[in-house]
Design a protein around this ligand. Sequence first.
Ligand code: GLP
Length: 245
Amino acid sequence: MKIIQAKDYDDMSRRAADMISAQVILKPDCVLGLATGSSPIGTYRRLVERYENGDLDFGDVTTVNLDEYRGLPRENEQSYYYFMHSHLFDYVNINPERTFLPDGMNEDPQQECARYEEVIRAAGGVDLQLLGLGHNGHIGFNEPGEFFEKGTHCVNLQPSTIEANKRFFASADEVPKQAYSMGIRNIMAAKKILVVVSGADKAEAVKNAFFGPVTPKVPGSILQLHPDVTVVADEAALSGCTLPE
Ligand code: GLP
């Protein structure tokens, strides 16, 4: 695991965008695994800038997103479908038919999870997976538990996740209680993984996930066992850890 210390959120976003740009330039028909949340917004902004400057071409790229709230229609501003369109897809030349997310409106979890597994398989697997890190160490919506969830599954969101995400909704009651999420097997199968983390409120999660024992109680800790992970974290997020010189 490579840990890059960025100065602040902007610096983190620039470095993460560098890695994603390199992936797209080296393999124009690559499959990007994408994430939502506030952490990657700056990264997406940089990618849009590079596209506008003519330095990046998304024409042959395929994307598969990690997760989606169950029960939110695409047009709901808090759906991850809406998020991806308003932060990236609508501003670059990506083919909308090659952008995939779980369908939050499919009421049949078994069918939806099987469908999404097939989407990932048919895309040929993920070349580069972008991840954020939840306060409780979750990745995607893989919440702390007794075992590592394997494939795409329907998750009951933990109270702390609902609490953290309520800032985007009118109240905590409006935050969906469930989500569809790729599992740890899907994430670990990516060829490369890039994690972006920012802010002092994530310092504990960073310490537990990347410097503590590998345990399903901290889902992000599994990343320590992946052969090609880069964590780009800002100084505040790394404030609880001592990095080797
Ligand atoms: C959400 C998402 C995750 C994200 C995490 C952190 O619940 N499902 O994919 O990484 O929480 O979000 P943020 O970057 O806003 O702190």
